[in-house]
Design a protein around this ligand. Structure first.
Ligand code: FES
Length: 225
């Protein structure tokens, strides 16, 4: 009988020896027991955890998208409500500060009589009070600088000794009498008196018209000889 040849365990030159197993089980492998399923613990979502961050996605995936839309519509509704209330409050506050046009006073002191040379027209108060002050031998009178045609502001032309309206050419004498152009009547004079401190006191809200005889009013001319 031929001898059976056993596989040789001797290392063969050039062929690495099979590595021995690092370790062997110390004991015979016991039949694996199925691990007892631990009772599921309720998990609590922590702030900032992945569970919290992914919750809207889960809701969306679970078909709870209507809650998200409802929240959005609720917030939009509140925003519109507060905008409306804010607008109403602002409107109410606006009523507490009415638009008032602060115009300069119609009464002003125009300095002392000695400040005005005889025979001259002072244009010093035109810009602020639209008024000329004229000094003659007998005293003072003040003229309101508003053309009696359509209301433009005439200019005093010292070289020509007259008031001239730039709009349509009306002319007025130094006494305010209309003598050329379309102006239908003289310029109006305003009240001029002396204040307690001796200054000229002008009130442009009180006017005097020549054609109605008002220039003879004591307050239309200040005697100061
Ligand atoms: S407004 Fe002065 S002339 Fe017409």
């Amino acid at each position: 009988m031929a001898e059976e040849t056993k596989p040789s365990t001797a290392p063969v030159e050039g062929v690495p020896a099979p590595a021995e197993k690092a370790h062997k089980p110390a004991a015979a492998a016991a039949p694996a027991k199925p691990a007892e399923a631990a009772p599921a613990k309720p998990t609590v979502a922590k702030a900032g955890s992945k569970q919290t961050l992914t919750q809207p996605l889960q809701e969306k995936e679970s078909g709870n998208i209507w809650m998200t839309r409802r929240n959005f519509l609720s917030r939009a509704g509140w925003a519109a409500f507060f905008s409306f209330v804010g607008t109403m409050l602002l409107g109410s506050l606006r009523f507490m500060f009415p638009r008032v046009l602060f115009e300069p006073s119609t009464v002003f002191k125009a300095g002392f009589p000695g400040d005005y040379p005889i025979g001259a027209v002072s244009t010093r108060w035109i810009k602020d009070y639209r008024t000329w002050i004229v000094r003659n031998e007998q005293g003072f009178y003040a003229i309101f600088a508003q053309c009696t045609h359509l209301g433009c502001t005439p200019r005093w032309l010292d070289a020509e000794g007259k008031f001239k309206c730039p709009c349509h050419g009306s002319g007025f004498t130094m006494e305010a009498i209309n003598f050329e152009g379309p102006a239908p009547r003289p310029l109006e004079r305003v009240q001029i008196t002396l204040a307690e401190d001796g200054q000229l006191l002008i009130d442009t809200s009180i006017r005097f018209r020549e054609e109605t005889g008002q220039w003879s009013n004591p307050n239309a001319f200040l005697n100061y000889a």
